[in-house]
Write a protein that binds this ligand. Structure first.
Ligand code: 1PR
Length: 617
């Protein structure tokens, strides 16, 4: 988790954003209706400046409410309803709350039973104390100690993804949410006990059953992120903001029980030869058409596609600025604008990568990687992804055995928390005759190499696969886990764009090597490839690009298939079922078969029936 002390040193005002209560700059969304920031349609937001709460702001505005920011303890006491999305580390947050007098104001506000919604750390701070860099005393409203998840029993920590709520108390806020998946991202949790039992409104299972929400009178708090939990989360948020509304109706679905496997849509973004920012897609990282024009393939507009994938049920959306290693991303304002606009429409986590590194521009102005990342976070990213720079950091760490604390990976994870830092790796398969041929970890490959080789190692590359480095994927992921990575995005150059399935040998090796989540990427060509990777490896998520962009396989079809294969899935699946038109039998055909189906469902976020025709090739 981030420390506020560290955050306060961020030079580009990452931590001290100007408080804004007006509508953000528009992104052409006619559906956003933001009412005046007054009276019943205004909510007070406690943002003590420790990180990114843009997502919460976007979700509140999307639901038609204005925001008034807390500037002083008196603002807390005067609030009609207060949202507290805690960000950063427990101890640092308490330091800020105590030193500003806000801790006392919060206790008083809660004691008066005023409408309160704590989110994530905003729930944890209500308890007695936390072990995070502690013990540290909390607000002491609820008995209990916040402890780290125990990763010693192979539990993957942080707990990232869509997990199922088990409602234990009837509350208006969580009406209809029993068994629904919501999005969590945290390393610390609180266990139920006799002393806090009366407060608990839902629990969730991850290793142990932990408290996923509390409710007492008008005081509510949730460990998950409603602002990133799709229709279910927006519905919960809406019930808090507007208690007399029934919220958005989320269709019933089969009861979920555990952390779901995630399906992620990835958008490789770059400028084409005309200078437009487009979503492109390569074959083994070559994104130019194999025609005489050799143009950059253009598969659509980034914001349009991201919004569509959210509606289609993607659990997350990733943007990779694939020429970021060449260009200076902060000069690439269109990319930041893409992120701003996408974050106003996409209510599942957004990751952005490409070009996160220290940089000196043509005028000699130096930008730290932390500034670059901060700009991405400010523009709406929930996670950032580091590619080339993480390879160099891992190489240096393996050579010296010393964590300097200066690499982009270490700095960003220290400030924003490791759950916000993904390391994206681009390895290439190198066959060898024997395991002793190289000083890197090899795997016995399922399919022998061109000269009958039985083993391969996976050589890491930088600069979009252009330059190979003397480090293997196994060695790299072990090192970056030590340096503070919260998740691995595992590409494979050999499989990219080939549609022949994920490299199971690689994904298994990497997902067995680390205790942080691994996202399998590259090669998805059919729904069966998703079930295969989840059945044969410990991957937490599977990412695809080409099949979604070319509309060969809808995200919904992937989820239907996974459910039928006994794999639990999260966001979006229930909506499609309620529409009832998509059935496993119509959508699980392999790609060569041509088929058209209609998927009709309620777009819960806008309360309008929508329909869409997908071509399955
Ligand atoms: O090195 O920090 O600037 O980050 C650059 C980022 O851009 C890295 O994450 C790197 O993976 C990515 N990147 C660079 N060049 C390319 C390219 O394609 N020429 N894209 C590139 C990587 C791989 C996946 C792709 C999956 C799924 N693309 O993102 O989406 O392979 O594709 P598929 O389902 O179609 O098979 P830095």
């Amino acid at each position: 988790m981030a420390t506020v002390a560290a955050i306060l040193t961020v030079p580009c005002s990452a931590s001290r954003r100007p408080k804004r209560s007006s509508q953000p700059r528009g992104c052409g969304s006619g559906s956003l209706s933001v009412r005046a920031s007054s009276g019943a349609n205004t909510v007070t937001l406690l943002d003590y400046g420790a990180g990114n709460v843009r997502s919460v702001r976007n979700a509140i505005r999307h639901l038609g409410f204005g925001i008034r920011d807390v500037q002083s303890p008196e603002d807390i006491l005067a609030a009609e309803r207060l949202v507290f999305p805690g960000v950063g580390a427990f101890g640092s947050a308490m330091d800020v709350l105590n030193s500003t007098g806000m801790a006392d104001a919060l206790r008083e506000y809660i004691q008066r039973d005023r409408p309160f919604l704590g989110i994530c750390l905003g729930l944890q701070l209500l308890f007695d104390s936390s072990e995070e860099n502690g013990p540290v005393s909390g607000l002491g409203v609820i008995p209990g100690v916040v402890r780290r998840f125990d990763s010693s029993n192979d539990l993957i920590v942080p707990h990232i993804g869509w997990n199922a709520l088990q409602i234990t108390k009837d509350t208006p806020l969580l009406q209809g949410a029993d068994g629904q998946h919501v999005y969590f991202v945290h390393s610390y949790h609180i266990l139920p006990s006799d002393a806090n039992r009366d407060w608990i409104s839902s629990i969730c299972n991850y290793g142990d059953s932990f408290i996923s929400s509390i409710s007492m009178g008008n005081v509510q708090a949730v460990q998950f992120h409603p602002e990133k939990s799709g229709a279910t989360g927006l519905s919960i948020l809406k019930k808090f903001l507007s208690p007399n509304s029934s919220g958005t109706k989320v269709p019933a679905r089969r009861k979920a029980s555990k952390l779901a496997k995630r399906v992620i849509a990835c958008l490789d973004v770059r400028s084409n030869d005309k200078g437009d920012l487009v979503v492109t897609k390569g074959d083994q990282y070559d994104v130019r058409d194999h025609t005489s024009s050799k143009e950059v393939r253009n598969l659509g507009k980034p914001v349009d596609l991201a919004s569509q994938y959210y509606i289609d049920g993607a659990d997350e959306v990733s943007f990779l600025n694939i020429t970021g290693f060449r260009d200076f991303p902060l000069g690439d304002l269109p990319m930041l604008e893409v992120l701003r606009c996408a974050s106003e429409k996409v209510f599942v986590p957004l990751t952005v990568g490409g070009g996160i590194r220290d940089f000196t521009d043509a005028n000699g102005r130096y930008y730290s990687s932390l500034e670059v990342a901060s700009e991405y976070f400010r523009s709406g990213a929930d996670k950032i992804s580091i590619g080339s720079d993480a390879v160099y950091a891992a190489e240096a760490f393996l050579q010296t055995g010393v964590k300097t604390g200066k690499s982009s990976l270490e700095q960003i994870s220290r400030v924003y928390g490791n759950q916000a830092v993904v390391v994206s790796i681009d390895p290439r398969r190198v066959y060898v005759k024997s395991q002793e041929d190289v000083p890197f970890k090899t795997v016995k490959v399922s399919t022998k190499g061109p000269s009958g080789e039985e083993y391969a190692w996976y050589q890491c590359t930088v600069n979009g696969g252009r330059d190979s480095r003397p480090i293997g994927a196994y060695e790299l992921v072990k090192a970056v886990e030590e340096l503070g990575a919260g998740e691995i995005l595992l590409n494979c150059i050999d499989c990219d764009g080939q549609g022949c399935g994920f490299d199971i040998d690689l994904v298994k090796m990497v997902s067995d090597a680390v205790t942080i989540p691994v996202i399998a990427s590259s090669g998805a060509g059919a729904v069966q490839h998703f079930s295969e990777v989840f059945e044969k490896t410990n991957a937490s998520a599977a990412l695809a690009a080409g099949i979604f962009h070319r509309k060969e396989v809808p995200i919904l079809a992937v989820k239907e298939h996974l459910v039928n294969a006994g794999v639990e899935v999260g966001h979006g699946f229930g909506r499609a079922r309620a529409g009832g038109a998509a059935t496993a039998s119509t959508v699980t055909g392999s790609p060569p078969q041509r088929n058209a189906i209609d998927i009709a469902y309620m777009d819960n976020d806008r309360l309008q029936p929508t329909g869409q025709r997908w071509m399955i090739r």
